[in-house]
Design a protein around this ligand. Structure first.
Ligand SMILES: Nc1ncnc2c1ncn2[C@@H]1O[C@H](COP(=O)(O)OP(=O)(O)O)[C@@H](O)[C@H]1O
Ligand SMILES: [Mg+2]
Length: 160
């Protein structure tokens, strides 16, 4: 049996926190599909295609990790990929309520799909794409939080 998981999210942009989860998942599963949700309602800074390029670059060393853009329901996408697992990262208690709601809603939608939570290394547990964007916009050096290619793309976005 091939163990497949999908890791859905906005990834606007990918951070070392996401990458820590991806690294751990790539050891646990035979195949990990990173699924980029366009999430236009969140007014992302990067287009889905830009996010895809950054994620592909950041994960090219894992030969069992694939990156795709998806639309629609997470459970439908999991089914399409014949994955039984939806991976989510849990940083802090504050993530819990929303993730709990979403996991149970997804279970109602499809009881065959399991949500699995992964904890990143504690040195990444405070990282969020939102704060990194804010800091970068204000001119902070974000090289500790995101890979080189992402840092470069952030600089490009915010240069006047
Ligand atoms: N620093 C981090 N460490 C571990 N997991 C993270 C981190 N930042 C985000 N995540 C997790 O990665 C997944 C995707 O997050 P995100 O890109 O913010 O998309 P979403 O809009 O679905 O929350 C979520 O499960 C989130 O909890
Ligand atoms: Mg989030």
């Amino acid at each position: 049996m091939t163990r497949k998981a999908i890791y859905p999210g906005t990834f606007d942009p990918v951070t070392y926190g996401h990458l820590d989860v991806i690294k751990r998942a790539s050891v646990l599963y035979d195949k990990v599909f990173i699924a980029i949700a366009p999430n236009e309602e969140k007014f992302p800074l990067f287009s889905p295609e830009e996010r895809e390029v950054m994620l592909k670059d950041a994960t090219k060393k894992y030969n069992n990790v694939e990156v795709e853009i998806f639309n629609g329901l997470v459970v439908d996408y999991a089914l399409k990929k014949s994955a039984k697992v939806v991976l989510r990262g849990l940083r802090m208690i504050s993530d819990f309520e929303y993730e709990f709601q979403m996991a149970l809603t997804n279970r109602k939608l499809n009881d065959d799909i399991e949500t699995v939570f992964m904890m990143p290394n504690e040195s990444y547990s405070y990282l969020s794409s939102r704060l990194i964007k804010e800091a970068s916009k204000l001119g902070a050096n974000v090289s500790k939080f995101v890979p080189k290619n992402v840092e470069k793309k952030l600089k490009e976005k915010f240069k006047k």
